[in-house]
Design a protein around this ligand. Structure first.
Ligand code: GH3
Ligand code: MG
Ligand code: MG
Length: 328
């Protein structure tokens, strides 16, 4: 075989190898035109090589509006765009290794949204000039969905779907420190379903669960600011953290919540304590002083709740001034 023929056949072999590689792969030349679009890439994207070869249209396989893919970013040397364009990304210390990123892709031709892990690697000639960029793709959708489900399980209450006790503790700690730093008000309310033991005894535990779900949704719907957090504190007790909200604002929210739950009209008459399910609510607000912990705020809201129970239930009581007992 002559050297020329040998070169031709090894080039043909390299192209065939790329074509049949099980990893979805496409290659751009230095002008970012598609020069290889392998079969696995066709299967993943639903776009045929014939539709994109020789064009700058590879983005159409992944997104529904023009934008750069990772291979373009590498070819253009614009890695500063990565955080804007990708959900997650890594820039290797050694630039010859290229770029790595992850993203949710619309996949217009495949007809399903996929979470793709993408590597873009540069190919240089003997002089060190960039001649092509290879982009390989991995479908990570299942792993991403499983990870998101686990994350959601860790922060959500299983019965009501609102935040759980753990996210309440974490959020209160974070908001406390922020309010302390910025010296702004932080408010907390604790709501407790009135005579709920009697509700369970009268209507059964399953209806009790359904009642808690409805009450949680009604409370959550009234905590309107994006920064507010509604959580299940435990049993039939719910909490709302209201950052940058003073006592007046917090009392308004609490009254709205009380009235919304009462308006649900969940019958509680059979138990002989009122026509429908109601809440008692304790509210506390403070501008956190240095050296204090959120425990004082919780204790104050709890005392206000106790006062609401003792003074007849279905009401809001505010602990306007909070004696902060224990510095850290
Ligand atoms: P009060 O008006 O003083 O708050 O009276 P209460 O009966 O609501 O208070 P108590 O603390 O005596 O009862 C709370 C009840 O909440 C008892 C418990 O069985 C019920 N409970 C707690 N968690 C759940 C739950 O997840 N599902 C159901 N169905 N009931 C629950
Ligand atoms: Mg209770
Ligand atoms: Mg109760």
């Amino acid at each position: 075989m002559t050297p020329k023929r040998h070169q031709d056949s090894s080039h043909a072999f390299a192209v065939r190898l790329m074509e049949h590689l099980v990893v979805p792969t496409f290659v751009l030349d230095a002008q970012r035109r598609v020069i290889i679009w392998n079969k696995a890439c066709e299967r993943l994207t639903g776009v045929l090589g014939a539709e994109v070869l020789g064009t700058l249209d590879h983005w159409r396989a992944f997104y529904d509006a023009p934008r750069h893919c990772l291979a373009d970013i590498l070819a253009l040397g614009q890695s500063t765009d990565l955080s804007e364009l990708y959900h997650a990304h890594t820039v290797h210390d050694d630039s010859s290794l290229g770029l790595r990123a992850e993203n949710w892709c619309v996949m217009p031709c495949a007809g399903k949204r996929l979470y793709l892990a993408v590597d873009a690697g540069p190919i240089f000639d003997e002089e060190g000039t960039l001649v092509a960029v290879v982009e390989t793709l991995r479908d990570m959708t299942e792993q991403k969905m499983a990870q998101m489900a686990l994350q959601s399980l860790a922060i959500k209450d299983g019965l009501t779907g609102i935040a759980n006790r753990r996210s309440f503790d974490d959020t209160l700690e974070a908001e406390w420190l922020r309010a302390q730093r910025e010296q702004v008000s932080l408010s907390l309310l604790i709501a407790d379903v009135d005579h709920f033991k009697l509700y369970n005894d009268t209507y059964g535990h399953l209806r009790g669960d359904a009642c808690l779900k409805a009450v949680a949704a009604a409370i959550d719907a009234q905590a309107l600011r994006p920064a507010d957090l509604t959580a299940r504190y435990g049993g039939e007790e719910f909490v709302v953290i209201m950052p940058t909200t003073d006592a007046d604002g917090a009392n308004e929210v609490a009254e709205r919540i009380r009235s919304a739950v009462s308006a649900l009209g969940i019958p509680h008459g059979g138990s002989g304590c009122g026509p429908s399910v109601t809440l008692s609510i304790g509210v506390a607000s403070t501008i956190p002083a240095l050296g204090h912990t959120p425990d004082g705020l919780i204790a104050a809201a709890d005392r206000a709740l106790y006062a609401a129970k003792c003074s007849g239930r279905n009401r809001v009581v505010s602990a306007e001034t909070i004696p902060m007992d224990r510095p850290k």
